[in-house]
Design a protein around this ligand. Structure first.
Ligand code: GNR
Ligand code: NI
Length: 182
């Protein structure tokens, strides 16, 4: 088990599009378990691989109070959605920032488990919000993208200052072992 470093907005690596998983091997299982450990330690209710600088389409979610309802979803997709609901969102990659975001209220999710077996289920409530938030990450999207430009500018400035991570000081983009070229 290992804790992974979480990228902080506006790190450009959060903008990369994740690639479908094709190899359901021990490395994937270890990585997914490390993601879950990282999510629980943060603590958070979800985590997308892109946030820990890995390009695979993998998310982990657990919206339970007792941390006993972990779901690891590989290549997740929303195949239908209904209604809309607003919720005060936060993100481990945007620490200390919370803002209302409107999303679908109910979704049907399709994907695989960590062994590559197909899964399909309905989600609503916080689970539906969290899965939409995580799939956004896999597509290079962060919840602040739904806010006004003014709010985005304020958040960017605050986090650049707090985490002193202006683009010039960061290492160049590099591909992870499983990342496809940009
Ligand atoms: O821990 C998290 N809480 C949260 C609260 C409201 C809406 C979405 C989330 S997901 C977030 C963890 C995270 O950043 N996942 O990408
Ligand atoms: Ni997030």
């Amino acid at each position: 088990m290992a804790l992974l470093d979480i990228l902080v907005y506006p790190d450009p690596r959060l903008r990369r599009k994740a690639v479908p998983v094709t190899e359901f091997d021990d490395d994937l299982r270890t990585f997914a378990n490390d993601m879950a450990e990282t999510m629980y330690a943060a603590p958070g209710i979800g985590l997308a691989a892109i946030q820990v600088n890995d390009r695979r389409r993998v998310i982990v979610v657990d919206v339970s109070e007792n941390h006993d309802d972990l779901q690891i979803l590989v290549n997740p997709e929303i195949i239908s959605s209904d209604g809309s609901a607003e919720y005060e969102e936060g993100c481990l990659s945007v620490p200390g920032v919370f803002a209302p975001v409107s999303r679908a209220e109910q979704i049907r999710v399709k994907g695989c488990d960590v062994d590559g077996s197909p899964v399909e289920f309905d989600a609503d409530g916080l689970l539906a919000i969290c899965i939409q938030h995580e799939i956004d990450h896999l597509n290079g999207k962060v919840f602040v993208d739904y806010l006004s430009r003014l709010k985005q500018d304020r958040i960017r400035k605050k986090l650049v200052k707090e985490y002193s991570n202006p683009a010039e000081q960061r290492p160049p983009l590099e591909d992870t072992a499983h990342g496809a070229p940009l």
